[in-house]
Design a protein around this ligand. Structure first.
Ligand code: SF4
Ligand code: SF4
Length: 140
């Protein structure tokens, strides 16, 4: 770069408004199609585990509580997720969506990176029965 061009750029930049945003003090509305945290609705889930099989990051597990009664729990590993939305595409029952509101997901603790989804009863049963690793049912 020529010296004259460099000084010209510096001079111009002194009079321009900054292009950066004052995040996190000022926040702009996230775009509608932003892919943030995964949410799972167990209502229509059949336990087919397609979401699990198609996930390239091994970030979701569908755990069966009672297959006959279609009771499942999802364990979502937020720290493995690449937000590719393949699971949303794969689920034929629209159980999964990626939030465009929850995208500030950094944490200094590990605990928020493992998220459990399911009906309250199923989650309680899962937590009560399967907190020991050796007694946990095999994810599908
Ligand atoms: S693909 Fe959909 S229906 Fe199948 S296990 Fe996943 S969430 Fe349930
Ligand atoms: S968005 Fe992609 S990486 Fe994240 S859980 Fe779904 S399929 Fe896996």
């Amino acid at each position: 770069m020529k010296i004259a061009t460099m000084f010209s750029d510096i001079w111009q930049s002194l009079w321009q408004r900054p292009v950066t945003q004052k995040y996190p003090f000022e926040r702009k509305e996230a775009p509608d199609r932003l892919r943030g945290k995964l949410h799972w609705n167990p209502e229509n889930c059949t336990g087919c585990a397609l979401c699990n099989k198609d996930c390239p990051a091994n970030a979701i597990e569908v755990i069966t509580i009672d297959k006959k009664e279609k009771r499942f729990v999802m364990r979502y590993h937020l720290d493995r997720c690449t937000y590719c939305a393949q699971c949303v595409e794969s689920c034929r029952f629209s159980c999964i969506e990626l939030s465009d509101k929850e995208w500030e997901l950094a944490s200094t603790h590990k605990q928020p990176f493992t998220v459990y989804y399911g009906n309250e009863d199923d989650l309680n049963e899962f937590m009560a029965k399967f907190t020991q690793p050796e007694s946990e049912p095999t994810p599908q």
